[in-house]
Design a protein around this ligand. Structure first.
Ligand SMILES: [Zn+2]
Length: 184
């Protein structure tokens, strides 16, 4: 788009319009040369203003893009945090740690503590269920384990009741069976 600058002919004083893109023009009344003296400050300001407008346009386009990327990253991070607390996140050693020692002769009090731990573990780690086996009972359900727990004896005749405990592991190495037998 051509812009015209209004100026006065230095020779005849006529008002003439000069194409703003040209540095030099000829007066249409007296044929004198008209040199366009540009105000450099104005030019620079104009350029800067145009640059600022472009920048704000880029900002307007980029802002939603950054927002989407930010939300996507946040989503992925939250997903992995939640997943970390879920069933699959537990390592074999962490999972087995508390029951690993529960093998051999155990008194009734500690066996009951183990069973409480198994109830909690079965609720927390749905993918790694531990079955409790005692006499004819074999269960991973809270009610079943509670039933077994409450049938165990702790102390009689001023002595701890004792049981024999055995644990088994699944194919991936996670404890999946806790077998109690009466020690008689
Ligand atoms: Zn002129």
């Amino acid at each position: 788009m051509t812009k015209f600058i209004a100026c006065k002919c230095p020779n005849c004083g006529a008002n003439v319009k000069v194409d703003s893109n040209l540095d030099k023009a000829t007066c249409k009344y007296c044929d004198a040369d008209i040199i366009v003296e540009r105000d450099m400050d104005q030019e620079i300001k104009k350029t800067i203003n145009e640059q600022l407008k472009t920048n704000s346009k880029i900002a307007k386009i980029m802002l939603p893009i950054f927002l989407v990327i930010f939300l996507a990253i946040t989503g992925v991070v939250i997903f992995f945090i939640v997943k970390g607390f879920s069933d699959n996140g537990v390592s074999k050693s962490t999972f087995n740690f508390t029951l690993e020692h529960a093998v051999g002769r155990r008194n009734g009090v500690t066996v009951k503590q183990d069973l409480n731990q198994i109830i909690t573990s079965n609720k927390k780690y749905k993918d790694h269920q531990i079955y409790v086996i005692y006499n004819d009972k074999n269960t991973n359900k809270t009610e079943g384990i509670v039933e077994i727990r409450d049938s165990l004896k702790e102390i009689g005749n001023y002595q701890f009741y004792e049981y024999d405990v055995m644990i088994d592991y699944d194919d991936n190495g996670y404890i999946n069976k806790y077998t109690i037998t009466d020690n008689e």
